[in-house]
Ligand binder design. Structure first.
Ligand code: KPL
Length: 281
């Protein structure tokens, strides 16, 4: 299967590793003919050189950029996008999917849009991506189409991808701003009484918005956020990694998205607002 990867950050590189037995192409930001990647999976170091996409037909074009970079990244390749049978957004956050639907319509590109919810963990150390936590990747049609393309390896189909993404968004809306604000590992949010109090307060605030919007949560958010903080205790959250590396965080597509939804119904999210503004400063 031909797969194109747009955005070779830690997640894009990890997916390339998963799909290493397929014909992979990268869509780099600059005009280079290939990209080197290295992924460390426990004792195995996988390294390869992936060719740049020249418009070969793709079964899947997978966007692994930061949410905020989605449209700029797609725009660079718009003249070739009709060569991709399916576009998948494999990113944290919410809001970019709706922006992409609109952008595709404006460009009159009818390629089916898919979204993914991924629980894999990876981070970059120098020029190597470390596969830190095994998880899964669920994908579903963003507009609810019933058409099923050839299965993207190492993913499972979900019929309720929006619910899964909203659930993940709620978890990220609690763990990411708190870990970035306190500069702590995920696990410290449950082990340090002061941070745990903050986790409970923020979970209650976000859960209140979800209830008001009738957005489903698989469990009470205070429990869910603590479970994920424990399960990923040794992780540095993606927002803290970004903050420490002086990169823009994905918080506009996490807290920012929730603040926008709350504003539309005049609902207050004082804690979310506080952390978001503090971290955006
Ligand atoms: O998705 C994550 C992230 O860091 O962005 C969590 C679930 C918080 C794990 O680190």
């Amino acid at each position: 299967m031909n797969i194109g990867i747009l955005g070779l950050g830690s997640l894009g590189s990890l997916m390339a590793y998963h799909w290493r037995n397929h014909a992979l192409f990268v869509l780099p930001r600059t005009d280079i003919s290939s990209v080197n990647i290295k992924v460390q999976d426990q004792d195995t170091l996988w390294q390869t050189q992936l060719p740049s996409w020249q418009g070969e037909p793709l079964e899947w074009l997978v966007v692994c950029t930061k949410a905020a970079d989605t449209l700029a990244a797609l725009n660079k390749w718009k003249h070739l996008l009709t060569q991709a049978n399916n576009i998948l957004l494999l990113q944290n956050g919410m809001g970019q999917q709706q922006e992409t639907v609109q952008w595709l319509q404006q460009q009159q590109i009818n390629t089916p849009l898919w979204a993914a919810m991924c629980t894999e963990g990876a981070y970059q150390e120098n020029d190597t991506v470390i596969y830190a936590g095994r998880g899964s990747t669920q994908i579903g049609s963003w507009l609810g189409s019933e058409y099923l393309p050839p299965q993207l390896p190492k993913t499972q189909y979900s019929e309720n991808i929006k619910e899964l993404l909203l659930n993940k968004l709620a978890i990220n809306a609690v763990i990411n701003p708190l870990t970035a604000y306190w500069e702590c590992k995920n696990g410290e949010l449950v082990n340090t009484p002061q941070y745990k109090q903050a986790l409970i307060a923020l979970s209650e605030e976000v859960a209140g918005l979800y209830a008001t919007l009738s957005w489903p949560l698989s469990q009470p958010l205070t429990e869910l956020a603590q479970q994920v903080a424990i399960a990923t205790a040794a992780n540095t959250s993606s927002s803290l990694q970004d903050k420490l590396a002086n990169r823009p965080t994905e918080l506009p597509y996490i807290c920012g998205y929730l603040l926008e939804q709350a504003q539309r119904i005049a609902y207050d999210l004082p804690l979310t607002q506080f952390y978001y503004h503090h971290l955006s400063a």
